[in-house]
Design a protein. Structure first.
Length: 325
């Protein structure tokens, strides 16, 4: 028994002597070990690559643009026997669904990613500063958050869409400015907890400025949780853009987006059901991948789960029984 304990202690010392890969290296290794998250990352990465290469694929692979019409192919059904540009069929004007899907992915993913970045940036700035300074600024921030939360965002977007023609950049700004309150509440609550930690109090005692404390000591500690929230936010923004475009107040034709592809198909679903199925699957698959990635990142970044995973690895690495038989 004593020999087994000695061997276990030796293995523990060997583990402690290994070079540290750092926090983000540890997180990266855990994500790589999660099959579901890696599959979702691969699918999402392929979608982003195809969206970025839409011009190249349209010109050199498919040979048609997203606006080119071929009235002889109207409502052509999906089939791999067709030309590559029409593997996913054609719409009511004979336009390639493949090419329109690629350009729609570019628009929808652009809006989702950059609107989420705007929300994350504003939420961090307002939430961290309100949680750190407290007092009057915290009261103002809470009032502003409560006011914006009381406004139905979709209705406001519809009103703006009625008054102005929205392009992708204006949608990014509008959705970003209206949707940061959730991130701000999360950052504010986390800052309340971190501002009283010993190392933050020590930095404050040594004369560090509030800005330096927030940037160097608080934001890095809450950033992992905010990144997970941001991944989930991207999916929500894509759904919001799709709903807005579906209602006719978002991205307007002839520029394709997944939402207005659904809008254009609503009157023809009985002739071409693929016109609804194709963009619908694209939206569902993208949002599902984003949620799975966010869930996997949460598991990798959660300190409690990290501790439980370490216990599992140690329990699997049992020392050999070298004692008397």
């Amino acid at each position: 028994m004593a020999t087994q304990v000695a061997v276990a202690d030796a293995l523990s010392q060997a583990d402690l002597g290994r070079p540290s890969v750092g926090f983000w290296g540890d997180v990266s290794s855990r994500i790589r070990g999660d099959v579901t998250t890696m599959i979702a990352l691969s699918i999402l990465g392929a979608m982003i690559a195809l969206a970025l290469g839409a011009d190249l694929l349209s010109d050199h692979v498919f040979g048609v643009s997203y606006s080119k019409q071929d009235l002889l192919r109207t409502f052509e059904r999906p089939s791999f026997a067709n030309e590559p540009a029409f593997w996913l069929g054609a719409d009511n004007l004979g336009r390639s669904e493949v090419v329109r899907l690629l350009y729609g992915a570019r628009v929808s993913l652009f809006i989702g990613i950059f609107a989420a970045l705007v929300q994350l940036t504003l939420g961090l700035a307002v939430g961290v500063s309100a949680g750190y300074f407290r007092g009057r600024w915290d009261d103002i921030a809470v009032w502003l958050i409560s006011t914006l939360n009381g406004i139905p965002t979709l209705y406001l977007l519809i009103i703006v869409g009625l008054l102005f023609r929205l392009d992708p950049i204006s949608l990014v700004i509008l959705i970003g400015l209206l949707g940061w309150t959730g991130e701000a509440n999360l950052a504010r609550g986390q800052t309340f907890a971190w501002r009283e930690r010993d190392f933050v109090v020590a930095a404050r005692t040594l004369g560090a400025s509030p800005f330096r404390i927030m940037i160097r000591h608080i934001v890095p500690n809450i950033l992992p949780l905010m990144i997970v929230t941001g991944m989930l936010t991207i999916g929500g923004v894509i759904l919001a853009e799709s709903a807005l475009s579906y209602l006719g107040f978002g991205i307007q034709p002839p520029v394709p987006s997944w939402g207005n592809m659904l809008t254009g198909a609503t009157g023809f679903y009985y002739k071409g059901p693929h016109l609804i199925v194709v963009p619908g699957i694209a939206i569902s698959l993208t949002v599902l991948c984003l949620y799975l990635i966010g869930d996997g990142m949460r598991d990798a970044l959660d300190p409690r789960l990290r501790g439980s995973q370490a216990v599992k690895r140690i329990s699997r690495r049992r020392p050999p029984a070298v004692g008397p038989r």
